[in-house]
Write a protein that binds this ligand. Structure first.
Ligand code: NDP
Length: 410
């Protein structure tokens, strides 16, 4: 849904979309602001038919950055909600809007995202942890209200775009692969792809945070190094596109140019390619079903420009694809286990991983122990079944307690 308005500078009758950005101060949030500025500049020049108004922004605790973004975008409402997911949900319910960008990291994003789905709004979804923990519940809400989940995660945006090209007509949850299709997500392999297996346990936060192709927040960057990010993305894809776990796989592709491939029943493989910049999937989620001129090289939350090759085939050089080593990347086996168990397993994995990653960044846990700790939490706590949201939250809380207890045994 859009409305028209008469803001200074825009042509009369210009379509406008009102956007709420959850997690505005983070890597995805700030890049979303950059993409919106790009689209609004195009709209002012008459080169794009729709302008965007940021009507509310939510962050955790970085008030200075939030206020600065609010000034930059003329956003009238801001909220710091580190310990108040229900306040963020209320803000979503109380602020008329057309699209919610869900880019809070971790399960903290669940309540406001559910609020948006309950209202039947379009949700541009970056936050994968919510789908990992509560995928069936979120998809059921979206189906019930007609809300659309527009993937921002680059691999899922890639799958979405391929499926649109392969004859799909809609967005999740109303978009599923054709019969017999298999989905492959690419993984860069992260900064430790070539580290000898024996040296992995000595990987430091500095090394793990030095991602070769993507500029992301710290949690996502460490997840990329352990391949837990890909594990979470497999589970995310399972729910988003309603695919059987056996039809999902991962391939290591260090250049991060190909984001996803779909193998169709006839053996044809369709892929989506772009420079490794989150600006592309963010922009597509904002402009869907249209395609605006290419986004600029926007900067991440830390002010660094996105990495990777410039646009264009010639600049991309050789594209490599390598099967992941399951011994080295134990997180992928955990994803398979979570998809097989179902129930609370996703919530347990995601929560234990959040605690483990923070402990690694605080130098309280070794790099390889992140995955080990998650496996132990799954052993102890994951239960099959069809939990309600209360049980999902309880599983999340238990997994955090378990992981914290394992860090500091009594
Ligand atoms: P960042 O760590 O850079 O940013 C996280 C954002 O969430 C910040 O705005 C932070 O606010 C806010 N936040 C954290 N805790 C809370 C809370 N309790 N309540 C409200 N807001 C909170 O993360 P990213 O931008 O990298 O990632 C965001 C999500 O997008 C993650 O789920 C990630 O998996 C996903 N994603 C990210 C990609 C990327 O390239 N970065 C790619 C694909 C998916 P504050 O700054 O105040 O702490």
């Amino acid at each position: 849904m859009t409305f028209t308005g008469g803001r200074a500078g825009y042509a009369p009758g210009m379509r406008r979309r009102r956007v709420i950005i959850l997690g505005a101060t983070g890597s995805i949030g700030t890049q979303t602001v950059g993409v919106i500025e790009h689209l609004n500049a195009l709209a002012l020049r008459g080169a794009w038919p729709c302008a965007f108004d940021v009507v509310a922004m939510v962050a955790g605790r970085n008030g200075a950055s939030l206020e600065s973004l609010a000034r930059r975008t003329n956003c009238p409402r801001t909220l710091l909600a580190e310990d108040a997911g229900h306040d963020a949900a209320r803000l979503v319910r109380d602020t008329p809007c057309d699209l919610v960008v869900s880019a809070i990291v971790g399960l903290a994003g669940l309540e406001p995202t559910l609020a948006a789905l309950d209202l039947g709004l379009d949700v541009a979804l970056a936050n994968k942890e919510t789908l990992v923990a509560a995928g069936p519940q979120m998809m059921a809400r979206a189906r019930a209200t007609g809300a659309r989940l527009l993937p921002i995660d680059s691999e899922h945006s890639g799958v979405w775009q391929v499926l649109l090209g392969a004859g799909g007509e809609a967005a999740p949850p109303g978009l599923t692969p054709p019969p017999g299709a298999r989905i492959t997500l690419t993984a860069s392999g992260g900064p430790c792809l070539h580290t000898a297996r024996a040296d992995l346990e000595r990987v430091t936060p500095e090394t793990a945070l030095r991602h070769p192709t993507w500029r992301m927040g710290p949690k996502n960057t460490v997840d990329s190094a352990t391949l837990m990010n890909k594990a979470l993305e497999l589970i995310e894809a399972r729910w988003l596109f309603d695919v059987a776990p056996g039809d999902l796989s991962v391939v290591i592709h260090p250049q991060s140019i190909v984001h996803a491939m779909v193998t169709l029943a006839d053996g044809s493989v369709l892929a989506q390619l772009s420079r490794p910049s989150m600006a592309y999937p963010i922009q597509f989620a904002l402009t869907f079903p249209g395609r605006a001129p290419e986004p600029p090289r926007v900067t991440g939350a830390d002010g660094t420009p996105d990495a990777g090759a410039p646009s264009g085939r010639a600049a991309w050089g050789t594209l490599e694809f390598v099967e992941p080593d399951p011994e080295r990347f134990g997180a992928l086996a955990l994803a398979a286990r979570v998809m097989e168990t179902g129930g609370t397993a996703g919530a347990v994995l995601s929560a234990a991983n959040e605690v483990a990653v923070q402990a690694f960044l605080d130098r309280r846990l070794g790099f390889t122990q992140i995955t080990t700790l998650c496996a132990r939490a799954l052993d102890a706590l994951a239960r099959p079944g069809e939990p309600d949201l209360g049980e999902v939250r309880e599983a999340d809380a238990r997994a955090r307690r378990f992981a914290l207890g394992a860090l500091c045994p009594a």
